[in-house]
Ligand binder design. Structure first.
Ligand SMILES: [Zn+2]
Length: 229
């Protein structure tokens, strides 16, 4: 497997994905995580050549400015929609469902992406998969070499496997999480199931091997709980 999980305080994860030309970092965890991340990269013996964000919440983007300063040669990318959140703009976009932005956003750091990602774009070996719902521009990253899905907060693996919509009542740090639009999140979760991943890497919780079936079950459960209350 080409993915290494870096867990901060056993709460929030980011990932290093091995590439021929170095490492791709998916998410940056809380503020103050840059040294831990760079140490993990050094242990893998390769430079961080790309940094990609799943979404703009603080527990995923918090060390962005520090890493930008320390990794001047790396390419930084995230979705265009999350770029508006990172810039501090909260207005809905035309045609977007009405959601409420929840969770603590990492804003106005001044860090600008080198590349804005659309669904289907490639970041090294990872394919950007638009997975809105938790936030409006949330991305998942799929490694089609080995079927690893870095799902961000579309799914969670704390105490079982959950779609974020279902998990919000149990989330240990509600201020950091919460879902912008539940129906959209469920649609995205269903789409991620269809990738039939071999390994699921979430923003919170351990890696999960052969997740396709439990992912489908989690989506079905979340759909039922929405329908009945
Ligand atoms: Zn989040």
């Amino acid at each position: 497997v080409a993915v290494t999980q870096i867990s901060r305080f056993r709460v929030s994860n980011c990932y290093l994905v091995e590439e021929d030309d170095g490492l791709t970092l998916v998410d940056t965890s809380f503020r103050g995580s840059a040294a831990t991340i760079r140490r993990a990269a050094a242990q893998l013996g390769a430079p961080i050549t790309r940094v990609v964000l799943t979404h703009a919440h603080h527990d995923h983007a918090g060390s962005l400015a520090d890493l930008r300063a320390r990794l001047p040669d790396a390419e930084f990318s995230w979705s265009a929609r999350e770029a508006t959140l990172l810039a501090g703009h909260h207005e809905p976009e035309p045609g977007e469902p009405r959601g409420r932005l929840r969770g603590s956003l990492y804003e106005r750091s001044g860090v600008v992406a080198d590349r804005l990602l659309e669904d289907g774009d490639r970041v090294g070996s990872l394919v950007a998969v638009a997975a809105p719902g938790h936030t409006p521009g949330h991305l998942a990253l799929f490694d089609d070499r080995d079927g690893t899905l870095v799902a961000g907060d579309a799914f969670l693996t704390i105490g079982g496997l959950f779609v974020t919509t279902e998990f919000r009542w149990r989330f240990p740090f509600p201020a950091l999480s919460g879902t912008w639009h539940a129906e959209t999140a469920l649609r995205s979760a269903r789409r991620l199931c269809s990738l039939e991943p071999a390994l699921l890497a979430t923003g919170h919780g351990p890696l999960l091997r052969d997740p396709a079936r439990p992912m489908r079950e989690a989506v079905a459960r979340a759909e039922t709980s929405r329908r009945w209350g």
